[in-house]
Design a protein around this ligand. Structure first.
Ligand SMILES: NC(=O)c1ccc[n+]([C@@H]2O[C@H](COP(=O)([O-])OP(=O)(O)OC[C@H]3O[C@@H](n4cnc5c(N)ncnc54)[C@H](O)[C@@H]3O)[C@@H](O)[C@H]2O)c1
Length: 314
């Protein structure tokens, strides 16, 4: 059997753990690299008995050598509370992590996929955002360590491809949710669910009319795997997200309904640089990957609520 060796950096995180599981299920050998800054062994413990799964504690800021066919580079804290905790480290992780993984891919002639983000569009003036939009990003704000770190990583991916022929791939991930999200990471889906399950007030920033689109993690993993399988000449970037658009008020109401919670909605000021609306244009993903999201918000929330309910009972 043609078993590929695949490195997943950030493999013990929310998205990484789902990706590791899916790649193992497809019969690959998976090496999960993580420094456990935001990830957890609990996210991958169910994979530990698989002899084709290996875990390495390592920081992507430092070079790492291993012989693999493909690299998925996910290592980076993704929620504002975590990436702002040590902003300089966040930039180092994005930039030096990208350089280290690109260097490895260059030597091995391996494919390397970068988990980029819709944050590269900043607070967009174009709606929905196609890949051709250059973004509206504050270079010196409190979100810049993440947004600009990810933008620089994209530049590196494209330059390593242009200059050295590295088999690079870029996916721009829009808001994703699902089991294994960190309950304390301050992201809106996990916040609302945890608050509802605990019967605490549900915190809405601003008036709650700002919109977001929410992609279920299984849809994202499918898009990433399809992107990795595209021909070498196609490097992206490709948006992956669910274009269904919901206001924060709609999300909160749905979470209250599905949890049966009696929590009250409370309103607080918007944090600075918080984008007003964000919605992916997924025309390119449809065309190049034959992909579109399949899991609707209600269905994905039911699975996610079940997961958080179990975690909170532990
Ligand atoms: N979740 C989303 O909605 C979303 C949206 C856009 C982009 N992304 C990107 O997807 C990737 C995964 O995000 P996630 O939501 O799973 O976040 P996460 O925080 O759950 O996962 C990130 C993982 O990277 C690890 N990590 C962080 N710094 C590291 C370092 N220096 N060395 C090694 N490991 C390190 C963490 O311990 C964690 O396991 C990130 O690169 C993120 O920027 C996520």
């Amino acid at each position: 059997m043609n078993r590929k060796k695949i490195l997943v950096t950030g493999g013990a995180g929310f998205i990484g753990s789902h990706l590791c599981e899916r790649l193992l299920n497809e019969g690959n050998e998976v090496i999960c690299l993580d420094n456990y800054f935001t990830g957890s062994k609990d996210n991958i413990i169910h994979l530990m008995n698989n002899p084709y799964f290996e875990v390495v504690r390592h920081d992507v800021v430092h070079p790492f050598h291993i012989d693999v066919d493909e690299i998925y580079n996910l290592a980076c804290p993704a929620s504002p509370v975590h990436y702002q905790y040590n902003a300089i480290k966040t930039i180092k992780t994005s930039v030096m992590g990208a350089i280290n993984m690109l260097g490895l891919a260059k030597r091995l002639k391996a494919k390397v996929l970068q988990a980029s983000t819709s944050e590269v569009y900043g607070d967009p003036n174009v709606h929905p955002q196609p890949e051709s939009y250059w973004g509206n990003v504050n270079p010196i704000g409190i979100r810049s360590c993440y947004d600009e770190g990810k933008r620089c990583a994209e530049t590196l991916f494209v330059d390593y491809h242009r200059q050295n022929g590295v088999r690079a791939k870029l996916v721009r991930i829009f808001n994703t949710y699902g089991p294994h999200m960190n309950p304390n990471d301050g992201r809106v889906v996990s916040n609302f669910i945890v608050q509802a399950l605990k019967g605490e007030d549900i915190t809405i920033y601003g008036d709650g009319n700002q919109t977001r689109s929410f992609q279920y993690v299984d849809d994202l993993v499918e898009a990433m795997i399809r992107m990795m399988a595209t021909e070498d000449s196609f490097i992206g970037p490709v948006n992956t997200g669910n274009p269904g658009e919901f206001t924060m008020l709609e999300l909160a109401t749905l979470v209250l309904e599905l949890t049966g919670s009696k929590s009250k909605l409370v309103f607080q000021p918007l944090p600075s640089d918080d984008p007003r609306q964000r919605k992916p244009d997924i025309t390119l993903a449809k065309e190049k990957l034959g992909w579109e999201p399949k899991i609707q918000l209600r269905e994905g929330l039911i699975t996610t609520i079940k997961y958080f309910d179990e975690v909170l009972k532990k």
